[in-house]
Design a protein around this ligand. Sequence first.
Ligand code: DX5
Ligand code: ZN
Length: 228
Amino acid sequence: MPTPWIAPSILSADFARLGADVEAVLAAGADVVHFDVMDNHYVPNLTIGPMVCAALRKHGIKAPIDVHLMVSPVDRIVPDFAAAGATYISFHPEATEHVDRTISLIREHGCRPGLVFNPATPLDYLDYTLELVDLVLIMSVNPGFGGQQFIPTSLRKLGDARRRIDALGREVRLEVDGGIKVDNIRAAARAGADTFVAGSAVFGSTDYAQTIAAMRREIAAAGGNGKP
Ligand code: DX5
Ligand code: ZN
């Protein structure tokens, strides 16, 4: 399994001082910046786009940026995010007409493609695409808002996704997103996740470093290789 990554979702960061807040969370030990893009169409909320991603790069953020697209259509915005410095670009298969084409488009633009699964979406979309993606993201809340309650059935889905990835034998990150806290991250790790999005749990805490360290201890206790 790849080294566990903690991916704070900037949805819960202080947007009035985003660059500094992202710097602070990375200095506190985060591995990657989770960047939630919502369009008030695919999901009932509106957030940030490629200009903000480019602004973070211009500010000097060097860590991987994990763009989670909750938009429909998907393809129009992919080149813009690639130009803005995205590392991973993940999308919901229901949100695009041609899933395979969107995966190729992301790859052609030099980014790492990922597929995102809503709580009620089966993993069937992976039958003929898992070998093409670098990330599988299991939503443990319905997409659209930070600060929601973790949906327990996502643990079973993480396990199913882990088995598919292990059978493939190629490095594909397995990410969990929604309602992840210090007290349930161990269960998600045990179920097979190696990349952990946490928005409100990290940015809502008074000490980012302490929260991230506590999360790593929990991941390590699950039998993973919690960094450092
Ligand atoms: C929800 C987003 C998540 C969200 C997670 O649609 O995809 O990334 O920000 O926030 P928490 O960790 O607060 O559930
Ligand atoms: Zn997200």
